[in-house]
Structures are given as structure tokens and as C-alpha cells.
Design a protein around this ligand. Structure first.
Ligand code: SF4
Ligand code: SF4
Length: 345
């Protein structure tokens, strides 16, 4: 019989300090930490204008639990590729504080661990098919264990974003994020373009110009995909098959490089499940009812369990994508097992 990984499930009406604490007890996270002190709590603070990011109260609960176990929690994040407040350390921290993640409220300070603008990284050499030298946030070296708090939601390039994406995109430095996006360089269907210039305002590299026939994407495009989602006419597109497959594989490879020899406990908060990620600067309407929290020391099993409860809605939203590739490929790389059993807390 296939060995299964355990995924703990907390129903939406039971998410509190006591149930979250039980996940730590059952997974023996603090025992595995073996008295080491520095714990990074990975969160996403949400873009300006987006109110669907993970409620800071959950981070606060986790921070308190880390302290009870005599360890030192730090909230960790990295800078984004795309234009906005989260693109550099100073404005990123300011936005986080505005969203309720101040040290006063949470009980731990914030560290943006890849420098001022994502320029500080460590190279991890791998034997993976796509990524040979993963560029991961330099500051990760300061942490003995990671607690991965992911807000689970849809994503227009890879189908959904959960614990693997939160680690891979979320803890790679800028060069790593670029590498994962390298097949998402888009083009414009000019017969659909209304020359509204919305795409110009989101492009971090000023790669787009407006011509008589419509907008055109130039060579300085870094494939961040911001313009695809921003275009109100749906005029900007990528080769979805190649773009999505490549990004999913590289995300799995980056997660593999980051998690290698690193203690990590993963939480998918399946709440406010929106069509797109919290990098969007709008507050989208959820596509389904809140479910609860899935948690495991196995990131693949954690994704599979959450996917099992959300795939009907997400597949309807993105019929052209195959998000299961992420779990298939992650299992092949040895990140974890797709087979899981759920224990409800
Ligand atoms: S956002 Fe879309 S419609 Fe507006 S200029 Fe850009 S491509 Fe054209
Ligand atoms: S053209 Fe689009 S995908 Fe390319 S860098 Fe600009 S916003 Fe990102």
C-alpha cells in the first residue's frame, strides 16, 4: 500500500489558537527544531487595494506559539517583481504595517530577506531539469525553521497558489522570480486593444508602447505577467500551455532548492478563495465558501488535500490550465507525497 502523508484539517469555524497549537504538537515542529531559536514565519501582506490577504490574527497566533516554545519568530517576505509598494523593502514594510502586520500588533518584527529590491541572494546548485542554480533570498540562512502561512487562492498562470508557490515565488530573490516567469512573456492581440494604457501603468520595466495599431511589448519585458491580468479587454496573452507548465515545474524546483535540509511546516488557509493572488491591487469576490486550514509537514500532500476541495471551482475558472502538474512534478522531485490522509482537529 502507498504510504500516505498526514494533513491536519481545521474547519473554518474552529480556527483558533488551540486548534493551530494542536497542529504544532501533532507534527512535532518544535521537537524537530531541537532547541534552535530562529524561526521565519512566511506570510504575504497583500497588495495595496487588496483586502483578501491572510488575516494578521492568524500570524499573531503563530508568533505567540513560537514564543511559548522559547524560540524567536520573525515575519519574513521578499520583494516583488512587479510595480507597486511591495517592490522595495521600505514601502513593503510600511504597507505590511498598514495591513495590520506591525510588530505592536503581531508581536514580531518583519524582515524583507532579499535586500532593498530583491538583489541579495544565495545560489543553491541543483540537479533539476530547468533550474540549475536557484537564487534564493540571502536572509533565509538566518533561520533554523520556517512556518509557511499561505493564503490559498486561484492564479491565472498556474491555476492556484498555495504552500508551494508561497515558498517558491515567496522566498526566491528577484533573479529567481524572473527565472520562474521566463516563459510568460506575453504578446498583444491588437484587434482587441483599445489603447487605454492600463498595461503601461503596471509594467515594471516600461516595456510597453502604444502604437497606432495598439500596444506592443518590447524586448525589456521580464515576463512578470502583470499586464496580462491588468488589461480590461483581455487583449494580452501568453502561450498558456508552455508558460503554465514551465512556471509550475520551476516553482516546484525552487521549492525543492529552498526546502532542502530546512525544517518547514506548511499551512494552506483556504479562506476568501479568490480567482487571483494577493499581488493583485483589487479586492476580488471569492469563488466559493471558506473551507478551513490544511496543514502538514509535507507540502505536496498539503496542496493535494486543499486542491481536492477546490478543484471543481478552480477548473471551471481556468479550464485551459492543468494545476495538477505542480503536485505530480513536486512528487517526482521528492518534495513530498501526493497520497494523504486527513485528520480533522
Ligand atoms: S491594457 Fe489592454 S486595451 Fe489597454 S492599452 Fe494595454 S493592451 Fe491595450
Ligand atoms: S510587458 Fe507585461 S509581462 Fe512584460 S514586464 Fe511589462 S507588465 Fe510584465
Amino acid at each position: 500500500m502507498t504510504e500516505k502523508s498526514t494533513v491536519y484539517f481545521i474547519p473554518v469555524n474552529k480556527i483558533n489558537s488551540e486548534t493551530i497549537s494542536k497542529v504544532f504538537i501533532n507534527t512535532k515542529f518544535f521537537e524537530f527544531l531541537k532547541g534552535k531559536k530562529n524561526v521565519g514565519v512566511k506570510v504575504h501582506f497583500g497588495e495595496q487595494g487588496n483586502n483578501n490577504y491572510l488575516n494578521p490574527e492568524y500570524t499573531k497566533i503563530v508568533v505567540a506559539l513560537v514564543k511559548v516554545h522559547n524560540a524567536n519568530p520573525t515575519i519574513i517576505e521578499t520583494s516583488t517583481l512587479y510595480r507597486g509598494a511591495r517592490q522595495n523593502r521600505t514601502t513593503h514594510i510600511k504597507l505590511a504595517q498598514e495591513h495590520g502586520f506591525s510588530e505592536n500588533n503581531i508581536g514580531a518584527s518583519i524582515a524583507i530577506i532579499d535586500g532593498e529590491r530583491g538583489e541579495q541572494f544565495t545560489v543553491v546548485r541543483t540537479n533539476f531539469t530547468n533550474v540549475k542554480e536557484a537564487k534564493i533570498a540571502k536572509g533565509l540562512a538566518n533561520f533554523d525553521g520556517i512556518i509557511n502561512l499561505a493564503h490559498y487562492k486561484g492564479h491565472f498562470v498556474v491555476g492556484f497558489g498555495g504552500v508551494i508557490k508561497n515558498i517558491a515565488m515567496g522566498l526566491a530573490a528577484k533573479g529567481g522570480k524572473l527565472e520562474m516567469h521566463s516563459h510568460t512573456k506575453p504578446w498583444v492581440k491588437q484587434n482587441k486593444c483599445k489603447k487605454c494604457k492600463t498595461c503601461l501603468s503596471v509594467c515594471p520595466t516600461d516595456a510597453i508602447i502604444i502604437t497606432e495599431k495598439g500596444s506592443v511589448i518590447g524586448k525589456s519585458c521580464i515576463g512578470c505577467a502583470s499586464c496580462i491580468e491588468a488589461c480590461p479587454q483581455g487583449a494580452i496573452s501568453i502561450n498558456w500551455n508552455q508558460g503554465s507548465t514551465s512556471t509550475q515545474q520551476k516553482m516546484a524546483e525552487y521549492a525543492g532548492a529552498i526546502l532542502k535540509d530546512r525544517l518547514c511546516l506548511h499551512f494552506n488557509f483556504a479562506l476568501k478563495i479568490t480567482p487571483n493572488c494577493d499581488c493583485m491591487n483589487v479586492t476580488e469576490k471569492p469563488i466559493m465558501d471558506d473551507i478551513g486550514v490544511f496543514a502538514s509537514s509535507d507540502p505536496v500532500a498539503c496542496e493535494m488535500a486543499t486542491w481536492g476541495k477546490t478543484k471543481t471551482n478552480i477548473n471551471k475558472l481556468y479550464p485551459e490550465l492543468n494545476p495538477e502538474l505542480l503536485m505530480d512534478y513536486s512528487e517526482k522531485l521528492g518534495l513530498g507525497k501526493k497520497a494523504y490522509e486527513i485528520i480533522e482537529i
